[in-house]
Design a protein around this ligand. Structure first.
Ligand code: AMP
Length: 449
């Protein structure tokens, strides 16, 4: 299949040729014809699948060919995104694809002066990419009318809800015309996303090109148990030991990001942070320097990093595990793109065991634990996933003929249990399977190198 067979306008095909896009990605193959037909679409797709072109191309095609002129302060296509960075990126894509189409585009987000945005909107704009908060500011100040919106895109809808934009979304929906096309893109289809879609979309075509964590297949994921206070030391050691080049490091807090960058600077390592407290210009600068190879370590919080299009990153390090398990998938989506292999390494301390368990449940996979010699933690991380289930089963065997009431909880019996066919081998005292090493973790040092 080619973009021409999808029926896209010649001006768009010209841009795609310049960009070197030869064939549509799977999500584009499904989404583009449906959107051109005017259908609502609900798609499970994350960054890296080509989803932006999947909605931008058919929207640009329709706007370029329907002969409608945008009125002042009006918008014909509204694309809502969770973060400023994503607004910039999505807008840049619209601009690239629509370069020869005559369709006007603009991005509006918070953290920068609202006045130039109000001025620009006076002339009206065909495609507006916006974050929900700033959009509503513009709307409430009458800089923007939403009654002519023909198509609404919710990009990274799950993230918008995670960031608490639910009320803002309700307000936007209230201002939109009832008759419109609605396209919802989300990395995951959680219950809330499904109910949002049910309430706001009309008979949508559901596209699930790949399960949410499939982009991760080329990514080798593993974790290093470590005490919290030694994470920085471990990170510096691993970077040197394994000769890491550019690394994207995720931390939990803005303060944590600044602190780590400070330590890296003190070691004369070129590093920068990208987080919500940084002015937009500084964030973009950091990203550009990283992409240009001038910065070795980019330390990011989840909010700021969402949607960053950084290709071919060999390593992503989770210095802290994310609080929201889904963010783990977004984080590691930054490596192993487009068939390249990547590594996602999580430095995990005992406090983070619940988050680790939540991530493993989401991934349906237990992360391989690989202790770094010299950094074995004093505070051991409880077993998670299948290992925890196995350990529990071994720890408390059901002993026919013995009432559990009178049995001490740590009792492990060898003596009077009658042999059952297929029963597990007797456990060692202490409840740990024989193959388990220090700290109760499986010793596996070969997998992640
Ligand atoms: P996205 O998932 O929208 O963030 O896109 C991921 C990357 O894939 C971006 O750098 C796009 O420029 C690129 N891309 C999107 N569609 C195609 C395509 N059909 N062929 C080649 N590259 C593409």
């Amino acid at each position: 299949m080619t973009f021409a067979t999808l029926g896209l306008a010649e001006t768009l095909l010209q841009s795609l040729e310049t960009l070197g896009y030869k064939t549509p990605t799977p999500i584009q193959e499904q989404a583009i014809p449906a959107i051109l037909e005017g259908r609502d679409v609900m798609a499970a797709a994350q960054t890296g699948t080509g989803k932006t072109a999947g909605f931008a191309l058919p929207i640009l095609h329709s706007l370029a060919t329907d002969g409608i002129k945008v009125g002042s302060n009006s918008v014909r296509a509204l694309v809502l995104v969770p973060t400023r960075e994503l607004a910039e990126q999505v807008h840049a894509s619209f601009r690239q694809y629509g370069e020869h189409s005559g369709v006007s585009t603009y991005a509006a987000y918070g953290g920068v002066s609202i006045n130039p945005q109000m001025m620009r909107l006076r002339r009206g704009v065909d495609v507006l990419v916006a974050t929900p908060g700033r959009l509503l500011d513009l709307y409430s100040q009458n800089a923007l009318k939403l009654n002519k919106v023909q198509v609404l895109v919710l990009d990274e809808a799950d993230r918008m809800l995670d960031l608490g934009f639910s009320t803002e979304l309700d307000a936007v929906f209230a201002a939109l015309p009832k008759k419109r096309q609605t396209l919802l893109f989300s990395a995951t289809f959680s219950e809330v996303i499904r109910s949002l879609a049910k309430a706001r979309l009309r008979n949508p075509l559901t596209i699930e090109i790949s399960p949410p964590n499939s982009t991760v297949k080329a990514v080798k994921q593993w974790m290093v148990p470590v005490d919290k206070k030694r994470k920085t030391e471990l990170f510096l050691f691993m970077r040197k030991d394994r000769k890491w080049g550019q690394v994207l490091v995720f931390v939990k807090t803005k303060r944590g990001a600044d602190e780590l960058v400070g330590i890296l600077h003190a070691k004369r390592i070129k590093a920068d942070a990208i987080h919500g407290d940084k002015p937009q210009a500084a964030r973009l600068r950091a990203l550009e320097s990283f992409k240009a190879g001038e910065v070795q370590i980019l330390v990011a919080t989840d909010v700021a990093a969402r949607g960053l299009d950084i290709d071919d990153l060999p390593q992503v390090v989770n210095f802290d595990l994310p609080i929201v398990a889904e963010d783990y998938i977004h984080r590691i989506g930054r490596t192993g793109r487009a068939g390249a292999t990547g590594e996602a390494i999580s430095l995990v301390c005992a406090d983070e065991a619940p988050m680790l368990a939540a991530i493993e449940i989401l991934l349906k996979q237990t992360l391989s634990r690989e202790e770094e010699p010299g950094f074995e933690p004093d505070h051991r991380i409880p077993l998670t996933g299948a290992a925890a289930i196995a350990a529990k089963k071994i720890k408390k065997p059901k002993m026919p003929g013995r009432g559990s009431k009178g049995t001490p909880s740590n009792w492990v019996g060898f003596d009077d249990a009658p042999k059952r066919p297929g029963a597990r081998p007797a456990a060692r005292p202490g409840g740990m399977p024989r193959s388990t090493g220090k700290n109760g973790q499986k010793q596996n040092r070969s997998g992640g190198r």
